[in-house]
Write a protein that binds this ligand. Structure first.
Ligand code: KIV
Length: 282
């Protein structure tokens, strides 16, 4: 069996200049495929809310929902590091709340690490989670969807020098607090490059250009599950069409009485069938 990816594995990959692959997954079958494909980190993202549960944003996702999905992913994975995303209002209220819920992710769901959104302001929570309960923390800065309402929606971050500097300061604060990795979302490539060069810990980007130590995509965007996807993601397959074709063909065959055919049908031995009919008086 391949060796489990740990914080140390990822650190060594950064030092060797080896890129890290990361993808989201929310259930047993897709996590099993991602692990088999050699993906290094599987993120059970709070994007589960929009991608799988049909919410309009990630805000309604609860700890119990996250734990349910994390458990399914953990059961599927042998090699990849599994990171559980902390949902909205599960860590922002107090350091104690952040520590308790990070602990739940590990104790109840069995994840290897947690991710939370926020920069400097979250540093005390990151430090407490790492130092008090020994749970590895991945920071998430740049575009932070849980705060989309206050930050003006899903917009490119770090376009001017001031906001770029603030994102860099956030990354440094997270590293200082003990984060083992910093993920940033929809941030200019220039900022991503500076942060990746400045930080000792690995960086992971989504919509941040090629300079990060690793890349993450939302599985359903990558697989082409929906008609639309963010413009920074790439579709490596077009599953929507494949699934629609399969379901339409199935429905058509049921209605045309082509399915199930003889090869999908199982019979009683003829003598037992005869006996049954006699028993029933037919
Ligand atoms: O929840 C999620 O899928 C994420 C990724 C966008 C990184 O946080």
């Amino acid at each position: 069996m391949a060796e489990k990816v740990t914080v140390r594995t990822l650190q060594k990959m950064k030092e060797r200049g080896e890129k890290i692959s990361m993808v989201t997954a929310y259930d047993y079958p897709t996590a099993k495929l991602a692990d088999e494909a050699g993906i290094d980190i599987i993120l059970v993202g709070d994007s589960v809310g929009m991608v799988v549960l049909g919410y309009k944003s990630t805000v309604p996702v609860t700890m119990d929902e996250m734990i349910h999905h994390c458990k399914a992913v953990v059961r599927a994975v042998n090699r990849a590091m599994v990171v559980g995303d902390m949902p909205y209002l599960s860590y922002q209220i107090s350091v104690e709340q952040a520590v308790r819920n990070a602990g739940r992710m590990v104790k109840e769901a069995g994840v290897d690490a947690i991710k939370l959104e926020g920069g400097k302001e979250m540093a005390p929570a990151v430090k407490a989670i790492v130092e008090r309960i020994g749970v590895p923390v991945m920071g998430h800065i740049g575009l932070t969807p849980q705060r989309a309402a206050i930050s003006g929606g899903y917009k490119l971050q770090g376009k001017d020098a001031e906001t770029a500097k603030a994102i860099i300061d956030d990354a440094l604060a997270l590293e200082e607090a003990g984060a083992f990795c910093v993920l940033f979302e929809f941030t200019t490539a220039e900022v991503a490059k500076i942060i990746t060069e400045k930080l000792k810990v690995p960086t992971i980007g989504i919509g941040c250009g090629p300079h990060c130590d690793g890349q993450v995509l939302v599985l359903h965007d990558l697989l082409g599950f929906y008609e639309t996807a963010p413009k920074f993601s790439k579709q490596y397959a077009h599953l929507r069409q494949i699934i629609l074709d399969a379901l339409r063909t199935y429905s058509g065959e049921v209605k045309a009485q082509k399915f199930p055919a003889e090869e999908h049908t199982f019979h009683m031995p003829p003598e037992e069938h005869e006996r049954l009919l006699r028993m029933l008086g037919e």
